[in-house]
Write a protein that binds this ligand. Structure first.
Ligand code: PMP
Length: 368
C-alpha cells in the first residue's frame, strides 16, 4: 500500500482549474498560437499600462537585490491614493495571497469560514487548506443572499468572504445592503470584502469601502492589480484593514512575497489614471457588444458589473463543456463554470472589439 501524505482535508482538495493557457490550447488543438483568442481569465485585454512597463524596465537594474520587504514606495502610493495609513496595508502576491493569508490568520482547523454559492473558488480552496469547515450559503439570483448569510452564522464562524462584484456571476451588492450587513455581522468575525473588479463599477455604483475600514475593525478590503490595472502576470494585490488585522497578516506572510518588478509596476499603474479610464471604457463598450449579441441570439446572461459576463449556452448539463470544446477547436478560449456548479453556462471575459466579434461569430455558428 502506498503511503498517503498529509491530512485528509488537504488530500480532499480539488485542484484549481484556471483558464487554459494559449500555448497549451495551440498544442492540443494544433492551432496557430498567434490566432488564438483568450477570453478566459478576466485579464485586461489592453495588456499592461506603458507606464508600468517603463517602471518595471527601470527596476530590472536592481533585480540582484531582494525586494523591499515592507513595500515602502508602493504603500506610499496606496496611502496617497486611498487615504489610509501605511500600517493598514498588506501587500500580496496577487490578491489570492491576501485571501489565503486571512484564512490562515483567522480560522483554525475545525472552525468555519463562510461564502456564497457561485462565488470565487479560492474561498473554498483557502478554507480547505486550513482544515476549516465551509459554510456555503445558497445564492439568490446568482449573487450573495446577505440575510441568509447572516442567518447561517455559527458560534465558530471566524471569516466571511464577500466578492463584490462577484466572480463568476458578475453580480453586485449595492452599498446600502453591504453596509447593513457589516453592521449586523458579529464583530469577532472578519469580513473579507474582495473587490477584485471594483474599478469597473460605473460611477453610480461606486461606494466608499475603504473608508468603511475606519468604522469596522473586522473589515478587510481586498484589491488587485490583475484586472483593471492590467498586471495579472506580475501577481500583485493588497489588503486594507485596521492594524489588529493587518499586523497578523503581515506576521504570517512571506517576507518577500511581492517581487520588486511588481512593486515598481504597481506604483506606476496606481497613478496611471488614463489607463484605468481606458480599461473601464473598453470594458463598458465590450459589455454592450457581447450582451447585444446574446440578446440577438436569445441567450440568457447574468447582468455583470465585472470585466466578464456569464451566458447560458444550453439547457442540459453537458452544454457548457460541449460549447467550450467547440470554441476551443476554433481557437477561442473561454471559461466553463461547471466546477462552480453552473454546467449550462460559460463565463466570457470582455475583450477588445475584434476579440469579442470573433467569439460572437463562433458562438453564432454553434448556436445561432
Ligand atoms: N478575487 C476574485 C473575485 C477574483 O475573480 C480573482 C481573480 N480571478 C481574484 C480575487 C484573484 O486575483 P489575483 O490573485 O490575480 O489578484
Amino acid at each position: 500500500m502506498s503511503i498517503q501524505f498529509g491530512p485528509e482535508y488537504v488530500r480532499a482538495i480539488a485542484p484549481y482549474q484556471g483558464g487554459k493557457p494559449i500555448a497549451e490550447v495551440a498544442r492540443e488543438f494544433n492551432l496557430d498560437e498567434a490566432k488564438i483568442i483568450k477570453l478566459a481569465s478576466n485579464e485586461n485585454p489592453l495588456g499592461m499600462p506603458e507606464s508600468a512597463k517603463l517602471a518595471m524596465q527601470a527596476a530590472v537594474a536592481d533585480i540582484g537585490r531582494y525586494p523591499d520587504s515592507n513595500g515602502f514606495e508602493l504603500k506610499a502610493a496606496i496611502t496617497a491614493k486611498y487615504d489610509v495609513p501605511a500600517e493598514w496595508i498588506t501587500l500580496g502576491n496577487g490578491s489570492n495571497d491576501i485571501l489565503e493569508l486571512a484564512t490562515h490568520a483567522f480560522v483554525q482547523p475545525g472552525q468555519a469560514a463562510m461564502y456564497s454559492e457561485y462565488s470565487f473558488l479560492v474561498y473554498a480552496l483557502a478554507t480547505q487548506a486550513v482544515g476549516a469547515r465551509a459554510i456555503v450559503v445558497s445564492a439568490k439570483d446568482f449573487g450573495h443572499d446577505l440575510p441568509a448569510m447572516l442567518a447561517a452564522v455559527t458560534d465558530d464562524t471566524r471569516l466571511i468572504f464577500i466578492a463584490n462584484p462577484n466572480n463568476p456571476t458578475g453580480t453586485f451588492i449595492p452599498a446600502a445592503e453591504l453596509e447593513a450587513f457589516l453592521q449586523a455581522v458579529p464583530p469577532q468575525i472578519v469580513v473579507v470584502l474582495d473587490e477584485a473588479y471594483n474599478e469597473y463599477l460605473p460611477p453610480e455604483c461606486q461606494y466608499e469601502s475603504i473608508a468603511w475600514v475606519r468604522q469596522y475593525p473586522n473589515l478587510l478590503v481586498s484589491r488587485t492589480m490583475s484586472k483593471a490595472y492590467g498586471l495579472a502576470g506580475l501577481r500583485i494585490g493588497f489588503g486594507i484593514a485596521q492594524p489588529a488585522i493587518t499586523d497578523l497578516l503581515n506576521r504570517i506572510r512571506q517576507p518577500f512575497n511581492v517581487n520588486s518588478l511588481a512593486q515598481a509596476a504597481a506604483v506606476a499603474a496606481l497613478n496611471d489614471k488614463p489607463f484605468l479610464q481606458k480599461s473601464a471604457e473598453v470594458n463598458a463598450a465590450g459589455y454592450l457588444q457581447l450582451t447585444a449579441a446574446f440578446d440577438a441570439l436569445k441567450l440568457i446572461y447574468v447582468p455583470s458589473f465585472g470585466n466578464f459576463v456569464m451566458v447560458k449556452v444550453g439547457e442540459d448539463d453537458g452544454a457548457g463543456a460541449r460549447v467550450n470544446l467547440a470554441l476551443l477547436k476554433q481557437g477561442i478560449i473561454v471559461r466553463p463554470v461547471g466546477n462552480y456548479g453552473l454546467p449550462q453556462w460559460l463565463r466570457i471575459t470582455i475583450g477588445l472589439p475584434h476579440e469579442n466579434a470573433a467569439f460572437i461569430a463562433a458562438l453564432k455558428s454553434l448556436l445561432g
